[in-house]
Design a protein around this ligand. Structure first.
Ligand SMILES: *Cc1c(COP(=O)(O)O)cnc(C)c1O
Length: 359
């Protein structure tokens, strides 16, 4: 059977090792997964409590408009409910964007390395992918702007960027938006927004009033701790949202996902606590790296990209024998590094000891 030419070179997503697999393979009882930037503390306890009590009719399709969640989220973001689109994770919205805006003969501009799904779905649509190397872990916006031409449909700004954790400042973003034609969609992926402390991190959502070509992506998978339930959202102009909705599956977010996200929003104090704990443990890991002469990218997220004197693959395999699952930089486009999710304090203290044994 013949498949689309564009997907021939693609490979199915390679998941990292699972907890059970590592336990078995290395005969360990306790495994710490620091590979996918999930919230190691889990969601607010309120979520489990409410979802367990919740009246969910499993036989009924979900609300395709996600009304309860939509109204609550719109209220907390101070936006019009119709400027929201929901996805089965923000990853699905990335796919929707590519389907809606890209086709053969068009191109899309992004950093490298960055979140890999932009390139993946753009390739499926047979669009040309123009990648601009990061500069010290940061987007090189000047060079990215020069890659934009009349055939450019979408530009991806991942901020803070995965896998480096570096962000685009308010001033840099303003300058960039002013210079780029308004017929190019600018996607601002803020998957780690809730972790950011930097004073000059831009509030991107209010920019949509002036820039109808901006679409901001957020997710309940990271700080909110709901990665397993798959809920992400986009905020954009009515025009962009209407077009994305044309190709959105009508029931793409499950009833449980909608309900869990709704209750997660009720407990903002929990998110504040997660943010505070994360920065405390991350600072301690940074301090450790400094002490041992390990370089890292300046992160505003719940992960740290640590540069090593040796292969990240070798080090991550050794770390498995100590029960730590991390992501080797080789798989993310940064050789000789590992990307480490910021775990709980006690786990990270053990991680530091193990890391010294492995490098
Ligand atoms: C984790 C992540 C996402 C995807 O999250 P979903 O679980 O699909 O909502 C999107 N962008 C970046 C940069 C991420 O790190």
């Amino acid at each position: 059977m013949k498949i689309k030419e564009s997907i021939k070179p693609l490979r199915p997503y390679q998941p990292g090792k699972g907890i059970e697999e590592v336990k078995k393979e290395h005969q360990l009882h306790y495994i710490v997964k620091l590979a996918s930037n999930e919230n190691v503390y889990g969601p607010s306890p309120l979520v489990k409590e409410k979802v367990n009590d919740g009246p969910i009719d499993f036989e009924i399709y979900p609300d395709g408009y996600a009304e309860k969640l939509r109204l609550k989220l719109a209220d907390s973001l101070h936006i019009n409910p119709d400027t929201l689109v929901f996805g089965s994770g923000s990853e699905e919205i990335i796919q929707m964007i590519c389907r809606t805006y890209l086709e053969p003969g068009t191109n899309t501009v992004m950093a490298t390395p960055t979140f890999p799904q932009y390139k993946h779905y753009a390739t499926v649509e047979n669009a040309e992918v123009r990648e601009v190397p990061l500069l010290n872990g940061k987007h090189n916006l000047e060079k990215m702007r020069k890659q934009i031409d009349t055939q450019t449909r979408v530009v991806w700004l991942c901020t803070p960027n995965n896998p480096t954790g570096c962000y685009i400042s308010k001033e840099e973003l303003r300058t960039f938006l002013k210079q780029v034609s308004k017929d190019v969609l600018i996607v601002i992926d803020e998957a780690y927004y809730e972790f950011v402390f930097a004073d000059d991190f831009p509030e991107a959502i209010p920019l949509i009033d002036a820039y109808e070509n901006v679409l901001v992506l957020r997710t309940f998978s990271k700080a909110y701790g709901l990665a397993g339930l798959r809920v992400g959202y986009g905020v954009g102009s009515k025009d962009v949202i209407t077009n994305l909705n044309k190709i959105r599956g009508p029931f793409n977010v499950t009833s449980i996902g909608q309900m869990a996200a709704y209750f997660a929003l009720e407990d903002q104090r929990y998110i504040d606590r997660i943010k505070a704990k994360n920065v405390e443990v991350r600072s301690s890991l940074e301090h450790f790296c400094n002490q041992h002469g390990l370089l890292f990218d300046k992160s505003e997220t719940n992960f740290l990209l640590i540069h090593l004197p040796t292969s990240g693959i070798t080090v991550s395999e050794k770390l498995l024998t100590y029960g730590f699952i991390v992501r080797p930089g080789e798989l993310l486009g940064v050789p000789n590094s590992i990307r480490v999710t910021i775990g709980k304090k006690e786990d990270m203290d053990a991680f530091k000891v193990a890391l010294l044994e492995c490098i």
